[in-house]
Design a protein around this ligand. Structure first.
Ligand SMILES: NC(=O)c1ccc[n+]([C@@H]2O[C@H](COP(=O)([O-])OP(=O)(O)OC[C@H]3O[C@@H](n4cnc5c(N)ncnc54)[C@H](OP(=O)(O)O)[C@@H]3O)[C@@H](O)[C@H]2O)c1
Length: 282
């Protein structure tokens, strides 16, 4: 394995001075690929490239409407693309299980699985299943998919491959969990302030640790497991509006309330009773 240097400076150095190799032309006719998060960003570009090289691509998206819009965009760029859109919400274990169940019912199998979907949360958010959202989407559901899809892989013509799309940021987080009883306790970050960088990068580190642990459990001659870090890419990942650590901290929330009272005091002298308009919306 190539030497890897942790930290922001090393990351920036790689980002600025490493030339990304061109995508090698490969004939993927006859190959079937399952790609999560294919409706935007890296996944959409990947789907386009895979389809242009002849692969049959099954995209797993949480919104069928966004998935279909992406399919149309891909078809405009690659009219011969063979793209199928299926629903799979990584924030719900039931959705993931039913997605895999439908693949089984339809006798689908794959040469390549790319677990690309991921989320960056600007604040602590819970999934419908009650887990931290980043943990469930970036780690738990990818682990669930990676294991549940093993019977759906094509082993006949060489080892199939599962790719985890992780992040170079995994190298930039402190590792106190290494000494904790439960590794997953580090996601119990309801406590303020919420550090969204640390939270996201820790989830990507856990995804990578899982991928490595899984790769040690399989025969590399039968299944290839890899994790890739795309580096900084323009995408929709940072779409969630974020506020500073202070603004989202306990102290910040107290300040929000104090400021509210002071400003309402001034507004009351301008137009008394304005605050009662809130009755219309609460
Ligand atoms: N962009 C970067 O600089 C960068 C750097 C390192 C690693 N990465 C990784 O690259 C991967 C792709 O991210 P991106 O940058 O292309 O961001 P993106 O444009 O936001 O794409 C993320 C994809 O994941 C999907 N997704 C999010 N939550 C989901 C859920 N609950 N169930 C199913 N799909 C879900 C999104 O679907 P919706 O559109 O429906 O939300 C979208 O298709 C992620 O794993 C990210 O961590 C990105």
């Amino acid at each position: 394995m190539a030497p890897y240097y942790d930290g922001l400076v090393a990351f920036l150095f790689r980002q600025l001075f490493y030339t990304i190799p061109a995508v090698a032309p490969v004939d993927l006719h006859g190959k079937a690929v399952l790609l999560t998060g294919a409706n935007s960003g890296i996944g959409l570009s990947l789907a386009m490239i895979l389809a242009s090289q002849g692969a049959e691509v099954v995209t797993a998206v949480r919104s069928l409407a966004r998935g279909e819009a992406a399919r149309q965009e891909i078809l405009r760029g690659v009219p011969t693309a063979r793209i199928e859109v299926r629903e799979c919400d990584l924030a719900s274990f039931n959705s993931v299980k039913s997605f895999v169940g439908q693949l089984k019912d339809d006798s689908k199998s794959f040469d390549l699985v790319i677990l690309n979907a991921g989320v960056w949360c600007s604040q602590w958010m819970a999934s419908g299943d009650g887990f931290d959202l980043s943990l469930q989407v970036n780690v738990l559901s990818n682990a669930l998919l990676a294991l549940s899809l093993l019977p759906r892989l094509r082993y006949q013509s060489g080892p199939p491959r599962i790719v985890f799309v992780t992040s170079e940021g995994h190298a930039m987080v402190p590792t106190p969990f290494a000494r904790q009883g439960s590794m997953l306790d580090s996601f119990n970050q309801k406590a303020q302030p919420f550090n969204h960088y640390k939270h996201y990068y820790t989830s990507k580190l856990f995804e990578l640790l899982w991928a490595q642990a899984m790769s040690r459990r399989v025969d590399a001659g039968k299944l290839s497991i890899c994790s890739v870090s795309p580096g900084l890419c323009k995408s929709e990942l940072f779409r969630n509006p974020r506020v500073s650590s202070f603004a989202s901290s306990r102290e910040g929330v107290l300040c929000q309330e104090r400021l509210w009272k002071e400003i309402v005091g001034i507004l009351d002298s301008v137009d008394p009773g304005l605050e009662s308009h809130l009755n219309l919306v609460n």
